[in-house]
Design a protein around this ligand. Structure first.
Ligand code: NIG
Ligand code: FE
Length: 394
């Protein structure tokens, strides 16, 4: 199949760029797809023509690699609209709100969770996301975490075990056995039950959640069980999350809202991606992370939605791009790169996030002449088609 008459093609292949910059833009382009993979990209005039190839004319629209949303919490029950409304009238966001979703999630049946998850996945697809990570973390018992991991694995290969999200009610002091006893459970029976479904281990290293020592225990145990490391850190204030992530060689440390100069320097000299989550600061009225400071220091930045019912109930990567450009100091090109190639690096994936021969034919067609419109036209349903593995999925 040949997708042709592409007004602007973002390849994320710097070698393909005729205009300079990281996006590898080809104008008046075509993409040849074979067996779900990109077989060729280049100017439409040079496209290899074969009589039996199906031709799809995209009418001059822009095409970008499918978005790679490297951070979501899509399996949950309930709704926290009232908590959001309270925040918008001045209440502060606290990690403890997670426990109300834990109660609603435990009360939901598998089918209820599955139906909700499928609706969210369809929502992601309609907005151009073709690869997404899903975390557990609203079960917080052995059976509930394993259930969430199993349901997540039905929709993605990128499942993250986040038993260390917060300490659940029944473990909290003064009546419960306490945080360290909960960590014993996470690194023991819970990890054993979840690891078969997961590719990643994560911990929320933050005041109100887990200390650096507790997080380290969890991440080390996950790594010993064969999982890759990612960390939630520096969301609500300065903290040890970023330093711990870099020390452990994590693929990504996510949030990065409050960073010291040492944190920025550590990230710059590392293989750890800083994943910024603009939906969180939008929905919690906290200051946005400073993407400009990170990029200027040489840090690799990704953007992700963090879609969850508490701190960021958006599934829209175009929305994240628009906010990152408007309020986090990113150029439109940097934000498009961070939500595609950056997300792929955060998941250590070399088959998605770019459109070069050999990569998966995952792409979003925009009802616009250029990818700048993703930030220029906020709130507009600009993605008109989504293709995954060479098939149209939305
Ligand atoms: O990434 N930071 C920790 N966990 C989620 C919040 C989840 C919630 O509020 O339910 C996050 O923002
Ligand atoms: Fe999160």
């Amino acid at each position: 199949m040949l997708l042709t008459n592409v007004g602007e093609l973002v390849t994320n292949d710097p070698g393909a760029d005729r205009e300079g910059g990281p996006l590898g833009i080809v104008r008046d382009a075509a993409v040849l797809v074979e067996d779900g993979r990109v077989a060729w990209v280049g100017p439409a005039a040079d496209a290899p023509v074969d009589a039996d190839v199906e031709v799809v004319d995209l009418g001059g629209r822009a095409v970008v690699p499918g978005f790679v949303d490297s951070h979501t919490h899509l399996v949950f029950g309930g709704d926290r609209a009232e908590e959001f409304a309270a925040r918008m009238s001045g209440r502060a966001y606290e990690a403890g709100g997670i426990r109300s979703t834990v109660a609603a999630t435990r009360a939901a049946t598998d089918d209820e969770l599955r139906t909700r998850l499928a609706a969210l996945v369809a929502e992601l697809r309609r907005q151009g996301t073709t690869t997404f990570e899903v975390k557990t973390g609203y079960g917080l018992s052995v059976d509930d975490e394993a259930r969430l991991a199993r349901l997540a694995a039905e929709v993605t290969d990128e499942v993250t075990f986040l038993g260390a999200h917060v300490v659940p009610f029944e473990y909290r002091e003064p009546d419960g056995p306490g945080a360290d006893a909960y960590v014993d459970l996470v690194v023991g029976e819970m990890l054993e039950a979840c690891a078969p479904f997961a590719r990643w281990i994560d911990a929320f290293c933050e005041r109100g959640a887990f200390t650096a020592e507790q997080s380290r225990r969890v991440l080390d145990a996950g790594r010993a069980a064969g999982l890759g490391v990612r960390v939630h850190g520096n969301q609500l204030g300065d903290g040890p999350g970023v330093a711990l992530a870099v020390e452990l060689g994590a693929a990504s440390v996510d949030h990065c809202t409050y960073l010291s100069d040492e944190d920025v320097a550590a990230l710059a000299g590392s293989e750890t991606v800083a994943t910024l989550l603009p939906g969180v600061e939008f929905s919690t009225r906290q200051p946005y992370p400073d993407a400009r400071r990170l990029i200027d220091a040489g840090v690799t930045v990704a953007l992700a939605s963090d879609c969850n019912p508490g701190s960021s109930f958006t599934s829209s990567m175009p929305f994240c791009i628009a906010v990152a450009v408007r309020d986090m100091g990113m150029t439109p090109a940097e934000a498009v790169w961070a939500s595609t190639a950056g997300g792929a690096l955060a998941l250590r994936r070399s088959d998605v996030g770019a459109l070069r021969p050999g990569m998966r034919a995952d792409l979003a067609v925009l009802d616009a002449p250029s990818s700048i419109h993703l930030a220029y036209r906020p709130g507009v349903p600009i993605v008109t088609q989504t293709w995954k593995d060479g098939r149209r999925v939305a």
